[in-house]
Design a protein around this ligand. Structure first.
Ligand code: TXA
Ligand code: MG
Length: 332
């Protein structure tokens, strides 16, 4: 199959909607990462997503909507807190988990009785959902296990020959996947941190962070969000988090260079092995996945990354890095 990459415009959206209406797959830009979209209500199309990504069948998909009116048909119940959060943070990088209605195929929800829903802020994503008239299931458009794609070129690298079309809307503004939450009694329970931070959510209720966000699940342990149990976001290189800053970070990396080594530091001068992963959490979120992919292109064996600050969106950066590093942290 030939994979076309077309810029976001009226014609490319019509073509994409045509493909999706016929049960096909399309690479879809969003403000977080690129998604691999199919009709969320079409069991067969959803199966093809799993096949194209090589994704474990029990890992449920997020269902994307373009307007709030699409929500009631997909779920059995909308908690009061969810209504307030939708008002505050949709359209945007927040995914909420609801009891699912019968229109959601079991394949979409990975066999769970719940469904994850999000309304993306990206104009391209929303134009595509509007043109289809049905919600789109979309996981990140990478091969399962590799870093999520933040450009159309990243999607092409992983999906060339597997899907007919990728809509190119440039770099994703956020760069990390959406925050995923569920509701426990009245508490907001964070399953995956993202662009809508714990601090932002705490204005709307008591927030708790699932322990799988920063801890490695025991083997065989049941996790609330199936995505959390897989090794994830990993380049081929061995990623190691270095718990040190500034001079101490630079010294550690220089001393422990072996084979082809890269070192991503916060605000470091780009020379030799060093790459700047950004000073702020927002910059780090925006750059992380692209840097991990670049490490593969350069054939790096080892990638040292300066430990991020865990506040704000930094928690999401840290969560992705922990998985990319297989939880390996060294203290310098
Ligand atoms: O930003 C995003 O969320 C991107 C873009 C494309 O929208 N999508 C994305 O999808 O990151 P994916 O499939 O890579 O991650 C979905 C996460 C997984 O960790 C999955 O386990 C969790 O959401 N999830 C989905 N449905 C769930 C459910 N019913 N209960 C618990 N976790 C769920
Ligand atoms: Mg993913």
């Amino acid at each position: 199959m030939e994979t076309k990459v077309l810029p976001f415009c009226e014609e490319s959206i019509s073509l994409a909607a045509e493909i999706l209406k016929n049960g096909g797959l399309v690479g879809m830009p969003t403000e977080t990462v690129y998604g691999l979209a199919a009709n969320a209500l079409d069991e067969k199309a959803v199966c093809d997503i799993f096949a194209a990504k090589g994704r474990p069948q029990d890992n449920p998909l997020i269902v994307h909507i373009s307007k709030i009116e699409m929500l009631p048909a997909l779920v059995r119940e909308i908690p009061e807190t969810a209504k307030r959060l939708a008002e505050a943070f949709w359209a945007g990088p927040l995914t909420m988990i609801f009891p699912k209605s019968d229109v959601i195929p079991d394949r979409t929800s990975g066999g769970l009785d719940t469904v994850a829903v999000r309304m993306p802020a990206s104009a391209a994503a929303r134009a595509l959902i509007d043109a289809c008239g049905f919600p789109l299931a979309a996981p990140s458009a990478n091969l399962s296990g590799s870093p999520s794609p933040t450009t159309a070129q990243h999607v092409f690298a992983d999906m060339n020959g597997r899907i007919p079309l990728i809509i190119d809307d440039g770099e994703c503004s956020c760069g990390l996947e959406s925050t995923v939450i569920c509701f426990k009694e009245n508490r907001i329970h964070i399953l995956r941190p993202g662009g809508i931070t714990a601090e932002m959510l705490s204005q709307y209720g008591e927030v708790e962070i699932d322990k799988a966000v920063t801890a490695q699940p025991e083997s065989g342990e049941r996790v609330l969000s199936p995505g959390m149990k897989y090794k994830h976001y990993s380049p081929k290189a061995n990623v190691i988090i270095v718990d040190a800053h500034g001079e101490a970070f630079a010294e550690y990396c220089t001393k422990h260079t072996s084979g082809k080594t890269l070192a991503f530091g916060a605000g470091v001068k780009e020379e030799g092995i060093f790459r700047d992963c950004g000073k702020t959490g927002e910059q780090q979120a925006h750059r992380l996945f692209a840097l991990l992919r670049e490490a593969d292109e350069l054939g790096a064996d080892t990638v040292f990354v300066e430990i991020p600050d865990e506040t704000g969106i930094g928690l999401a950066v840290y969560n992705r890095l922990l998985r990319a590093a297989g939880f390996e942290i060294v203290k310098a």
